[in-house]
Design a protein around this ligand. Structure first.
Ligand code: GDP
Ligand code: IMO
Ligand code: MG
Length: 430
């Protein structure tokens, strides 16, 4: 049964968008299953670069149908704006090309205000959220007070429900955080205005995708964020509020387990993170600057959504093996190999030292990584420019040794390697 799932194995921004775009060439549906517009997925095709936040990256391939599943939280204003931006770039999204789950929850302006207020109140212990209202929207969902896209289909009821919702969040804004409340009337009018534009896109996604899979169509599930930002399996509490791991694809799209074929873990050739939280292999100084870049190139390590400089470090195989386990990965897709060109030595973290003890598996997952000191293996770097390489045998020997060592330490094959941001800058290993 042909459902393939793409997930990030690190803290997001691994390059999922570029591989989803590539793999979308061979599928009928591309379905986002978690997160919201905290995601920023970059796709470069020829002269054009697309930055997608909510619309699945696969829609750049003109034959696909994009799907937003029930596991996603949707800010209607952001979605409509993204559809407009895509239209300006020549990608025309109509209800024929994009379907939204009736059960997806709505991010309202009240959720945005609450995200900001909560982060401000956290002070030094802030999570460093994207301030897109993600946590508060999932909180509304879990506390069974959320607004869903299906509610937009009955405007009279929706209008009232939005007002109740804003009044409830206002209680928190004013009483807990001492910030200005929102005007329920204005928020309700704004969301009702969007409702008329969103309604034609709403569908039962579980029925749509299950039917498609049963009739032999191919579906690609696109994860946002990464395994280490997973609410259950990540570096809690420095995580997002959804499940970016493979299980989240099934609950986030309403699909049974039997459909899955490939589970592809997109992994950057080094480690990056934006926002707070533990990062055992984090680098500072010159080495960090070389990995991060200066911001001159579009692929330098500055957030797609927030523009914040990303923290950088060497690849962590303890965390990668963990990601392989919690996702059941069948293969790895490695990105940004070109960025490692020019280093004399490259390092991989193969285990940790904690006091006198050496470990290569975390006792309680990655929540508390304080006190874990990385143990590194040193590998030779390479000086050759790899950006025009398209075949495994044309990669420098040291680059191949690096990839083979990753395979050896992780016991999962690397099937795709990207050597630049462009769609065709890929080495496929068959
Ligand atoms: P995503 O959130 O996982 O989709 O990743 P982002 O799009 O946020 O970040 C990945 C960045 O790296 C984007 O700017 C991509 O264009 C860029 N990128 C992806 N693969 C490669 C690669 O192999 N080499 C280089 N230089 N850039 C890449
Ligand atoms: P893509 O899909 C990288 C991070 C935020 C913060 C934490 C919680 O592009 O890989 P949130 O706004 O979700 O409540 O923030 O999660 N974060 C991401 N980091 N890439 C992302 O998405 C991210 N989405 C959220 O920086 O640390
Ligand atoms: Mg990103």
């Amino acid at each position: 049964m042909p459902l393939d799932i793409v997930v990030g194995t690190q803290w997001g921004d691994e390059g999922k968008g570029r591989f989803v775009d590539l793999l979308a060439a061979q599928v009928d549906y591309v379905a986002r299953f978690n997160g919201g517009d905290n995601a920023g997925h970059t796709v470069s095709v020829g002269q054009q670069t697309f930055k997608l936040h909510l619309v699945p990256s696969g829609v750049i391939q003109p034959h696909t149908i994009g799907v937003i599943g029930n596991g996603v939280v949707v800010n209607p204003a952001v979605l409509l704006n993204e559809i407009e931006i895509l239209a300006d770039a020549g990608i025309h999204i109509s209800p024929k090309r994009l379907r939204l789950s009736h059960a997806a929850h709505i991010i309202s302006p009240a959720h945005l205000a609450l995200d900001q207020a909560q982060e401000t109140a956290r002070g030094k212990t802030k999570i460093g959220t994207t301030l897109r209202g993600i946590g508060p929207a999932y909180t509304s969902k879990v506390s069974r007070q959320g607004l869903r896209l299906v509610d937009m289909l009955d405007l009279d009821k929706f209008k009232h429900a939005v007002q109740v919702h804003v009044k409830e969040i206002n209680q928190q804004l004013t009483n807990l955080y001492q910030v200005e409340p929102l005007n329920p009337q204005i928020v309700s009018e704004e969301l009702c205005h969007h409702a008329s534009q969103i309604s034609p896109y709403i569908a039962d996604i579980s029925a749509l995708l299950s039917g498609a899979l049963l009739s032999g169509r191919r579906v690609l599930a696109e994860g946002a964020q990464g395994t280490l930002l997973d609410l259950d399996h990540g570096t809690y509490p420095f995580v997002t509020s959804s499940n970016p791991t493979a299980g989240g694809a099934l609950t986030g799209l309403g699909l049974g387990v039997g459909f899955t074929e490939r589970v592809i873990g997109v992994t950057k050739s080094f480690q990056t993170r934006v926002g707070s939280g533990p990062f055992p292999t984090e680098l500072e100084g010159n080495l960090a600057q070389r990995l991060r870049g200066t911001g001159e190139n579009p692929w330098d390590e500055f957030g797609t959504t927030t523009g914040r400089p990303r923290r950088v470090g060497w690849l962590d195989l303890v965390l990668l093996r963990y990601a392989i386990r919690v996702n059941g990965l069948t293969e790895l897709a490695l990105t940004k190999l070109d960025i490692l060109t020019g280093f004399d030595q490259i390092y991989i973290c193969t285990g940790y030292r904690i006091g006198e003890q050496l470990i290569n598996e975390l006792p309680y997952g990655p929540s508390d990584l304080s006190g874990f000191e990385p143990i590194y293996e040193e590998l030779s770097g390479w000086q050759e420019d790899v950006r025009s390489v398209r075949r495994w045998e044309d990669l420098p020997l040291s680059a191949r040794a690096y990839i083979l060592r990753i395979e050896e330490l992780s016991s999962v094959p690397v099937r795709l390697i990207s050597v630049g941001p462009e769609r065709e800058q890929v080495v496929e290993i068959t």
